[in-house]
Write a protein of this length. Sequence first.
Length: 114
Amino acid sequence: MANVFKLKTKAGIDTALATVYTVPASKTAVVIGLTLTNIKGASVTASVQVSSNTVDVETNEDVYVVKDIPLPSGSSVEVMAGNKIVLQTTDLIKVSGSVTDAVDAVLSIMESDV
């Protein structure tokens, strides 16, 4: 079972939850970093959600990792701050901002075969 490190990015995220990453079939993933950056001239907020799309009813919930975290103009925040999140096949990481085209997201993951 090979581990593969990957980088996923999403630019100009707005008020709708945008999918930054979906775990492919026959894979699991570990989120090792997630940086959100304010690309607007004014202060905004951002939210990150894990959307579990598995058949396992114990983990089939959509939950926020952060909700409405403040991002002053030109700033960024490392959401994971040394923590890890394990994702199963078809789970998603979604990000939203408080205004249109407000947030860029940089996601570092490690994928493994199931």
